[in-house]
Design a binder for this molecule. Structure first.
Ligand code: AMP
Ligand code: MG
Length: 348
């Protein structure tokens, strides 16, 4: 398939291009578009045939539901009801990096929600994303625009690498501002529950509802009988080609442990080290890439998937990563890192 690729200037968006991509969605095609979390692969959320093409293009398991992206606060036609707590979250954080789970209405086809009775809805803050939804005139179902299992794409080049030739249109913009997928909050239960941590943190949500909690299966390895509330939770995710190992604990001990592993493998393995600005000069061997400063965890989040992908590009055999404190956005960073490592963690 011939994929049209157009990269827009977010400060000077060409409306005719957005309209063209919107028409592709309306006519049942697939369009990659930027969002502030990660890039999305979109189709008309109300068209089951179009949505089916997303699963095929990504190689995504059929039981992993998609998030429905809207550009309007009126979502009454998409859901059975909007609970009061959800309205509060929407007023505070939409448009923005948070998805809310509702009981779905009948106009949303089963395939969009992978057969569940619920639907995840989000209004992105990225201006190209919102203009595209408006131009399409329909809500857009979109997972991340990567081949299933790979690190999510935070720039248009990564989307081109994964999906060019498999879809109709790639609409590019800037690098994703957040770089981690949206926080997902289940609003069908009381108290509400976080199914995926993201840039809107549990601490921020506790300002709205002090009982909100993080589903306990998120941060630890699921056992084999695990029945996830969000189907995406059970899959190995965000994984580069090389295995990832996390070294977790006191930073001085972490550095020593990483150097010890690198030294014992020298000569037979090419090792990548995910370091930080504060530590990157402490590793004499291995290919060292910094995720950013430990003092700016937001930028660590923004860079994480890009750094994982860059280790793929240089073909390392093993990636060793430092860990981060599980507080604020650190919860989301560690959640993605642990999943990319398949929960392979050495505690020091
Ligand atoms: P992705 O966009 O690739 O990050 O995937 C979307 C994620 O949202 C998946 O991991 C799903 O498990 C989750 N999700 C979407 N809809 C629902 C829903 N109705 N209930 C629970 N989780 C959902
Ligand atoms: Mg994804």
């Amino acid at each position: 398939m011939n994929t049209k690729i157009v990269i827009l200037d977010e400060d000077n968006i060409e409306q005719n291009i957005v309209n063209e991509a919107g028409l592709v969605i309306r006519e049942g095609g697939l369009v990659v578009f930027p969002t502030e979390t990660v890039y999305g692969l979109g189709a008309n959320a109300l068209d089951s045939i179009a949505v089916g093409k997303i699963f095929k293009a990504k190689g995504r398991p059929q039981d992993n539901p998609l998030i429905v992206h809207v550009s309007d606060f009126n979502i009454d036609h998409l859901v059975k009801e909007v609970p009061r707590i959800a309205k509060k979250i929407m007023n505070m954080y939409w448009p923005g990096p948070i998805t809310l789970i509702f009981n779905k209405s009948n106009i949303i086809p089963s395939v969009t929600c992978a057969g569940l009775d619920t639907v995840g809805i989000r209004m992105p803050s990225n201006i190209i994303a919102r203009k595209l939804i408006e131009a399409a005139g329909t809500p857009i179902a979109a997972p991340s625009a990567n081949i299933s299992g790979r690190p999510s794409p935070t720039d248009v080049e990564s989307c081109i690498e994964d999906l060019s030739g498999k879809i109709d249109y790639i609409l590019g913009g800037d690098k994703s501002e957040v770089g981690l997928e949206s926080t997902i909050v289940d609003c069908t239960c009381t108290p509400i529950c976080i199914l995926r941590p993201g840039a809107i943190t549990v601490e921020m949500l506790r300002e709205i509802d002090d009982k909100v909690y993080i589903d306990k299966s998120i941060m630890s390895k699921p056992n084999k009988d695990f029945k996830p509330k969000a189907p995406g939770m059970k899959y190995r995710h965000y994984a580069p080609k090389a295995p990832v190992k996390i070294i977790c604990g006191d930073l001085t001990k972490t550095i020593a442990k990483i150097n010890e592993i690198v030294q014992t493998s020298i000569g037979n393995k090419k090792i990548g080290i995910m370091a930080t600005d504060e530590t990157k000069d402490k590793y004499p061997y291995g290919t060292v890439i910094s995720l950013g400063s430990r003092k700016k965890l937001d930028s660590v989040g923004r860079n994480l998937f890009e750094v994982l992908r860059s280790f793929d590009a240089i073909d390392v055999d093993l990636i060793l990563s430092e860990a981060f404190e599980e507080m604020g956005i650190g919860v989301a960073i560690m959640n993605r890192l642990k999943k990319s490592a398949g929960f392979d963690i050495i505690y020091v």
